[in-house]
Design a protein around this ligand. Structure first.
Ligand SMILES: *Cc1c(COP(=O)(O)O)cnc(C)c1O
Length: 225
């Protein structure tokens, strides 16, 4: 792969590669959205990625988004970190989609905050498909959680999952695909810089990409969704 030096070039190259992989998997070009994961990156980097055509950006950490995600151009802002119920109002105030609802309590807090702020918010059910991952509802409980969330008035639009760092990636992704089929909706948020190609083969409609767009993060930290 040629070295791409700017965020804009990396986004364009990735877009082309994602479309090729989608077509190789028998899917249409453009059927997989790229969510730019901006944790630890400065606001300028977020703006550069948006200028390069990304219409979805995401953050794990509320505190970072407070500085970076105000007054962005018209894009969808996704919260992909662990939902603390006492932060629900701030999350709803800053984000359009909450991808990481993994228990009823979190969904109820988000719904209540959305109602108080008069804002619509879409959510995904985070499903745990990996022994190395701390959060997420067990796959067998995903459909029931989605049903409970919908009966509370939330718009549940699909599933988010984080693949294993090592081990049987295909098995994990197949589990995520099955959970998505059970939950319903339009979004299967699956795949990161290291494993997005497999995720596209397993039906991902949204890959979450940090490193491959923005470069290595300054400090090595664990994924904490
Ligand atoms: C950091 C993070 C990503 C992006 O990871 P990269 O390997 O840098 O692409 C995607 N999803 C979640 C939940 C993350 O925390």
């Amino acid at each position: 792969m040629a070295l791409a030096s700017t965020i804009g070039e990396r986004v364009a190259m990735l877009r082309a590669r994602v479309d090729r992989v989608a077509e190789a998997a028998g899917r249409s070009a453009g059927s997989v959205a790229i969510l730019g994961v901006t944790k630890t990156q400065p606001r300028d980097a977020v703006l550069a990625a948006i200028a390069a055509g990304l219409s979805d950006v995401g953050e794990n950490y509320l505190q970072e988004a407070r500085e970076k995600y105000v007054d962005l151009p018209a894009v969808h802002r996704h919260f992909i970190g662990h939902v603390q119920t006492n932060k629900a109002k701030a999350i709803v105030g800053l984000f359009d989609v909450v991808q990481s609802i993994d228990r009823l309590e979190a969904g109820l807090a988000i719904e209540k905050a959305a109602r108080a702020l008069g804002r619509g918010v879409r959510v995904l059910v985070q499903v745990n498909v990996s022994p190395t991952e701390r959060f997420g509802v067990a796959p067998a409980g995903a459909a029931h959680l989605a049903e409970q969330l919908r009966s509370e008035g939330l718009t549940v639009d699909g599933v988010m999952a984080i693949g294993p760092l090592e081990g049987d990636v295909d098995h994990a992704f197949e589990t995520a695909r099955e959970a998505f089929a059970a939950v319903g909706g339009t979004t299967l948020s699956l795949g990161m810089s290291a494993d997005w190609e497999r995720a596209v083969h397993f039906g991902s409609t949204m890959i979450r990409i940090g490193t491959a767009i923005f470069g290595a993060r300054p400090v090595q930290e664990r994924v904490t969704a």
